[in-house]
Design a protein around this ligand. Structure first.
Ligand SMILES: *Cc1c(COP(=O)(O)O)cnc(C)c1O
Length: 463
């Protein structure tokens, strides 16, 4: 399988190179040259597989012979052995809703499904190439810890995660700083998240430094993350349908950067019988507005909501969908993003907009509606939703045959849950005892020089 850029500016590359490249070097996103198709017969057979076996089948056509089957199997097995539930992503029933629990990984949020796999995949590919990778990223909370847990203890990988000192929640801070593996470097900068983010950007823009120190990013645009996430759509469908290819099912997906719902779109394009994909957003609703109007326009500000992992202004994976919507015409994708850069908006024509509405439904939920959904699900069933999941359940109300993706464990967002129902969810094992653990973290001024100096000290003189 070959990969190319949505902007058409790179020569086709294989899966391994696409994973190591992350963002395409022409500024676009990497996409497969074609989407493999599953047959009704495969769907029937796959329905009997467990999560790991299914992951092997779903991923194989995207990887081809670049990773021998037994190696891929072992990567997958190791990635999901860290999950506390034997089914990895179990499907439960609560208050008349089907909930797909994606939060049984080490950081209690769905990003573990992709990042546990990506960490093992990086390690495997680096061992083969003899390379090394130094991941640098800034986090306002959740992605940092999932990335750290993805690569902790891995050979040939160091990870440096900057967070704004005192400005992430105590649980989130502890989740990161209590990881004591030698390859994990937590840095608390004396500043804001934006300060941390701009330091990371400036390091990546310093190309000699970036290449001397083998810097790599951790973000939601790596193709391997999308691929790993498409697996649980197949898994949920199989649990509900028993493998009947005629059985169609919808999914409601709490959406920020459009990675998760794009993975659902990919599954649908592969031939999984998905009826509707619901893009569920909070007050930061650029994607909901796009589905309703065909206009993708940046709003004036990012609003802080009770579902912070979805507080985004533009959705980084949206470009992948636009590419497929425009039938893989890179020139049109470039023009659309050019318009986006100049005017802050892009628009698709009426025929494309009809296609968007055939692909997706969309709805957004206010904080009040989010709290009300947590409340009503709890009073109807005793089941506690995290605020992100509640946005998705709210968006799916009135729909039949829908699976709502549960993206985080409710104990991770205890304040919102307490505001809704006056009590907190019991903590999963991964969060227990966190506040008593030993921690390690370096505090630095929020300057590029301070962070660069720290990287040099940790990594030596570069090569
Ligand atoms: C990242 C995240 C989301 C949004 O997922 P995207 O792939 O960015 O759309 C939703 N909920 C939680 C808890 C998250 O961590």
């Amino acid at each position: 399988m070959y990969y190319q850029s949505t902007r058409g500016g790179i020569d086709p590359i294989g899966f391994a190179d696409a994973v190591m490249m992350g963002l395409a070097t022409d500024g676009g996103l990497l996409v497969p040259a074609e989407i493999p198709q599953v047959t009704p017969d495969q769907l029937r057979r796959w329905a009997g597989l467990n999560f790991q076996e299914l992951a092997l089948e779903v991923m194989t056509p995207f990887i081809g012979d670049e990773i021998p089957r037994e190696d891929l199997r072992s990567l997958i097995d190791r990635s999901y052995a860290t999950f506390s539930h034997p089914e990895v992503t179990p499907l439960v029933e609560a208050g008349g809703n089907r909930i797909l629990e994606l939060f049984h990984g080490p950081t209690a949020a769905f990003k573990d499904v992709a990042l546990q796999f990506l960490g093992n995949l990086f390690e495997y590919l680096l061992a083969r190439s003899g390379g090394q990778l130094n991941i640098v990223g800034a986090t306002s909370g959740d992605t940092g810890s999932a990335a750290i847990y993805g690569v902790r203890g891995k050979e040939r990988i160091q990870i440096f995660i900057l967070h704004p000192k005192g400005r992430v929640s105590p649980i989130q801070e502890r989740q990161m700083t209590s990881v004591l593996d030698a390859n994990v470097h937590n840095i608390a900068v004396r500043g804001t998240f934006d300060d941390a983010q701009s330091i990371v950007k400036s390091l990546f823009n310093d190309l000699p430094f970036k290449s001397a120190y083998h810097l790599g990013a951790v973000n939601s645009i790596n193709w391997a993350r999308i691929l790993a996430q498409s697996v649980y759509y197949f898994y949920a469908w199989a649990r509900v349908s028993g493998g009947d290819p005629e059985r169609r099912l919808s999914f409601s997906v709490p959406t920020g950067n459009f990675g998760d719902v794009f993975a659902g779109y990919l599954a649908k394009r592969m031939g999984l019988p998905i009826e509707r994909l619901v893009v569920a957003t909070n007050r930061n609703d650029i994607l909901t507005r796009f589905v309703h109007t065909g206009v993708y326009a940046v709003g004036d500000a990012v609003y802080q909501t009770l579902s912070p992992a979805m507080d985004i202004q533009i959705a980084s994976n949206f470009e992948r969908y636009l590419y497929f919507l425009l039938d893989g015409d890179s020139a049109q994708v470039r023009a659309a993003f050019e318009s986006m850069r100049e005017t802050g908006r892009l628009e698709v024509d009426a025929a494309r907009h009809d296609q968007v509405q055939a692909d997706f439904d969309a709805a957004s939920a206010s904080d009040e509606e989010t709290l009300e959904q947590i409340r009503s699900t709890y009073s109807g069933s005793g089941y506690i939703l995290c605020p992100h999941t509640a946005v998705g359940v709210h968006a799916a109300r009135g729909m039949r045959d829908v699976v709502c993706l549960a993206t985080a464990h409710p104990a991770k967002f205890a304040e919102a849950v307490r505001e809704a129902i006056g009590l907190e969810a019991a903590q999963p094992p991964s969060l227990q005892g966190l506040m008593d653990k030993e921690t390690r973290c370096t505090e630095l001024d929020a300057t590029q020089e301070a962070v660069k100096g720290h990287l040099r000290d940790a990594l030596g003189e570069g090569v």
